[in-house]
Every structure is written in structure tokens, then in C-alpha cells.
Ligand binder design. Structure first.
Ligand code: SF4
Length: 322
């Protein structure tokens, strides 16, 4: 299967199933192989992303995992869209952390009105002129016209997660459709933006549904795949969901490297909570990108620890913007 991933063909469903369900006693054989695939396509490079929670809470959507949904009772801070100077300050902090990419993230199904869109465009334009960092945004479900306007302002990449497999989506969200999410990714591609699209694992989906999501992302030809692992938040519908086991997570990462061998596999939310001392195995498993700093509503570990981990593994941080 390693040879297939390295150039001669696509992993099919049965092969994918064998990989993701491999017995724990073979885990080091699996990651030796996924490490070679990562090395072939990505070398020693690791890219670091940081995010800004630019508008928090008050979302009418009902995503089961989300602390920002009005359907849940959580104690996260709520605030409207922040101003450009605050975004610039966050981006400068991200550069200090070694990040080469910053994602501006807002809560909600999409951008509420033209005024909000124009303010975000101004912030992106200001960022372009003042901070040397790759510019990404995650603003929900948008039309191609909105995405073109953002690109014109200087946006380089659009992030929009599918969250899970189509066959499990109704267990996660009922207020918008899977097709709206898929359309947004296709619109971002059509607008000429790089695309970042992945999901969250550990929400009750089956192994088959983890494979289904990977194959959907392969069909969509997204550039970067953020893998999140549920960190249950008090007050959400998934508050009492049992955590995934660390080795199960390592297998998911390795499996995604096999299925999407030349893409960026990024480890995002839930890394510290779920993997604990096994965090450094994410790179051998196939990750070549990691989110640093805090997440939207949960805290990450210090960026110094992440930089040290990457250095100790003999890997190199990508410093230039794409
Ligand atoms: S994930 Fe996004 S759309 Fe879903 S509830 Fe949270 S903020 Fe709203």
C-alpha cells in the first residue's frame, strides 16, 4: 500500500479499512511506512498555523461539538467582529510563535451582511500590507462572489470543514446541509483560493465513516486537511462523549497520509487533550503541519514546547509564506 500511495495508484476502501483497523501491535510498522510517505512528499518541513477567534459565540447553527452554538449553554466569551488592529496584533503574535499562516475565524453560518464582509476585507488588506504571513480565513458558508471579493482583498486560502462523513452529518448538524459545505469548498476553489478542509473525529462516527470523509476530501482535491479530535466542552451535546484512545488517533493520522499522500495533513484541535505524551508521534504518523497557540475556545499548550518538539525530531519549520 505504501508503493500505491507513493505514486502508482489510489488506496481503495478495503485497503483503507485494513490500515485504519490495524492491530495496535503493528502500530510502529504502520507509522514507519506513513513516515516514509510524508518524507517523500513533504521532506522535513513542518508548517505552523495559528488562528484568531475574530467573532465569538451567538451562532444559530446547532453543530453538536460547538461551544459557540446558541443551542448550547456554555460559558465562552461572546463578542462581535473585532477591528483590523486587533487582527494585526494577533497576526504579529502568530509570527512570534513561528507560524507561517494565520486563520481569521468567525462564528456563525456565514458572514451576516455586506458591512461585515467589507470590514473583513479591509482587515485582510491591512494584514497583507503589514504582517508577513500567509492569510487564511474561516467565515462559514459563502458564495463564490463573496470569496472572490475576499481574494481580491488579499486572502490566499479558505478554510471550511466538512466536520464528518455525509452519512453521519445529520447526527452532528441539522441547521444546514452537507451540500452547502461542499459547495463552499468548490466555490473557494473556483475563486482561485487554496482550500483547507477536514473534520473532527471522536463524535460517535464509525471507522467506515472516517474512511468516507477521507475519500470525499480526496475527490474534492482540497490542499490541506486539518484533523481535529473532539475535546468535549461542558454544556454542548457531546459533553459526555468518551475520548478516543491515543493509538486510535495515530492510526487515523497515518491512514489520512496514505489516502492523501501529497496533501498537507494538519493536526488541529484536541491534540493535547487526546494524545497527551504521544503528541510527537503525529509526525511519524504523517502530519506535516500543526496548529499552534490557542484554539477557538480551548487552550493549546505553549508554542515553545511545540517548537522544541519539532526541533528535537530533526524537522524544520517552514518560515516563508506560501
Ligand atoms: S461550528 Fe460554526 S456554524 Fe457550527 S455552531 Fe459553531 S460557529 Fe456555528
Amino acid at each position: 500500500m505504501e508503493e500505491k500511495s507513493c505514486g502508482s495508484g489510489y488506496i481503495d476502501f478495503d485497503e483503507a479499512y485494513r490500515l485504519i483497523t490495524i492491530d495496535n501491535s503493528y502500530i510502529f510498522d504502520l507509522i514507519a511506512s506513513s513516515d516514509r510517505i510524508r518524507n517523500r512528499f513533504k521532506g522535513k518541513s513542518v508548517s505552523l498555523c495559528a488562528i484568531i477567534n475574530a467573532k465569538s459565540g451567538g451562532c444559530p447553527e446547532d453543530c453538536a461539538f460547538c461551544s459557540q452554538s446558541l443551542h448550547h449553554k456554555t460559558d465562552i466569551p461572546e463578542y462581535p467582529l473585532i477591528v483590523a488592529d486587533q487582527i494585526i496584533d494577533h497576526a504579529r503574535d502568530a509570527v512570534t510563535m513561528g507560524a507561517h499562516k494565520i486563520g481569521i475565524v468567525t462564528s456563525g453560518k456565514g458572514i451576516n451582511n455586506l458591512n461585515e464582509l467589507h470590514r473583513i476585507c479591509e482587515s485582510i488588506n491591512s494584514l497583507k500590507n503589514r504582517v508577513p504571513i500567509h492569510r487564511c480565513a474561516s467565515l462559514g458558508i459563502l458564495s463564490k462572489d463573496d470569496l472572490l471579493e475576499l481574494k481580491g482583498a488579499g486572502l490566499q486560502e479558505y478554510h471550511h470543514n466538512l466536520e464528518t462523513a455525509r452519512s453521519f452529518f445529520s447526527n452532528v448538524c441539522t441547521t444546514h446541509s452537507y451540500d452547502e459545505d461542499v459547495d463552499t469548498i468548490q466555490s473557494a476553489k473556483a475563486a482561485g483560493l487554496r482550500t483547507c478542509c477536514g473534520g473532527i473525529f471522536g463524535m460517535g462516527e464509525t471507522v467506515e465513516q472516517r474512511i468516507e470523509l477521507a475519500f470525499t476530501l480526496r475527490e474534492l482535491e482540497v490542499d490541506s486537511i486539518p484533523l481535529n479530535f473532539l475535546h468535549p466542552v461542558k454544556g454542548t451535546r457531546l459533553e459526555y462523549t468518551p475520548p478516543l484512545m491515543p493509538l486510535e488517533i495515530i492510526k487515523i493520522i497515518a491512514f489520512y497520509r496514505f489516502v492523501l499522500p501529497d496533501k498537507d495533513i494538519k493536526i488541529a484541535g484536541g491534540r493535547e487533550y487526546n494524545l497527551r505524551d504521544l503528541q510527537s508521534l503525529i509526525f511519524a504518523a504523517g502530519a506535516n503541519s500543526v496548529m499552534v497557540g490557542n484554539y477557538l475556545t480551548t487552550r493549546g499548550r505553549s508554542y515553545e514546547e511545540d517548537l522544541q518538539m519539532i526541533k528535537d525530531l530533526g524537522l524544520e519549520i517552514v518560515s516563508d509564506s506560501l
